[in-house]
Design a protein around this ligand. Sequence first.
Ligand SMILES: [Zn+2]
Length: 484
Amino acid sequence: MNRDAVTSIAEAIEKMKPQFTSLSDSIWDFAELKFDEKQSSGLLAETLEANGFAVTRGVAGMETAFIGEFGQGQPVIAILGEFDALAGMSQAAGIAEHRPLASGGTGHGCGHNLLGVGSLMAAIALARHLKDNSIAGTVRYYGCPGEEGGSGKTFMVRAGLFDDVDTALTWHPAPFNGVRSTNNLAVLEYFYRFKGVAAHASNAAHLGRSALDAVELMNVGVNFLREHMPQDCRVHYAITDTGGRAANVVQAQAEVVYLIRAPEMPQALDLVKRVDKVARGAAMMTETDVEIVFDTASTNLLPNITLETAMHENMVALGPIAFDEADLDFAKSIQDTFTEEAIKSSIRLYQIKGDVFSNARVDGATPLHLGLREFEGHSHFRAGSTDVGDVSWVTPTAQCWTPTWAIGTNPHTWQVVAQGKSAGAHKAMAHAAKAIATTGLSLMTSPELLAAAKAEWAEKTDGQAYICPIPAEISPAVHSPKVK
Ligand SMILES: [Zn+2]
């Protein structure tokens, strides 16, 4: 893309930084859980309106889901933002020690305060650029609630909100800078609820039928199943109801929740059938009943190398992030809380090496990723899952990562919350906004690029959008923290 346009967007985003930094800090303060993000979504939606976007609130049956639209005509570029926090992640900002602000409180343990606002900056900067340069096209900001275990985007896709979208762009906070193509796993979540018969555990044990025994046998059975499933699949569980704390009572009810993951959704659905058989076997062995309850799902991510290449090229044009000594010092103090093994594993996992700018290897000596990761032009296995996957099956989708966190930082840790308001994180957030806005502009101004991204998507999907198989009766409301 033309360098003047990259520079002009980058400069505009730098000017926007003070206002949007304070917006991100406010969302960090709210730290609202999935589907309860009223203040966070309210602030983001108001900011869009103040910048000339037409906002529709409460879309797809979710009070905190919204869409802001600017411009008109084709192409329609979607920019995705998240803003939900995590339970039990309360932590003070700007310090390198574990200090919760409130015991059991919430916190932005995945950096979604930065994610939602970085994407918002990109949407507004791109909209202004289109207007100032009389470029046709529509920019849409998708306010996506409940990413953490709620699959908000999955419901937005099911409601058809992406049907007329040409491409979708997003990003995620990370310990590295660049585009890393991944094909995250499809995931399905089910509760297995066992019901038995209570009895005195000593003098009438023969009359009892233990639901807890059934849960234990199910888990043992699934642990044996593990050896005989495709190696890229993942199955994990948590016992959510042990049936009580009294050892002298045969537990009449017990519950275990399972996450079942596979490279593609049909494979995950096949694996669920096998896990269900184990659950029924456990019920048979214990003469209990089992109820299998669907909770949530997300489809695997379909990478789009064409879009990712365009995003990487814009990140090359943007150059390095201007981290200063203070940013590095704070990152170093955070890094000092990690083991050597965690730092090395982070570098290995994200393949932070062979730097585009300096061509130097990153060996952990630098607490923040100062360069740009090379883009290999192919995808990597990633064991996690994301509801961005559902968007990627209905429209070509790409995302980048920027170094809001010290190398070695893992998502869903207090260290993420501690870094959520740092000056370095704000710089990385603005950088992500630049990468998204410039890529949006590339798509708006290059019909060839857009056509190539769509052709790749059509080839990978046989031209068929895939909608995550969430049962029709399941609505986002079942995931609301107030309901559940
Ligand atoms: Zn996240």
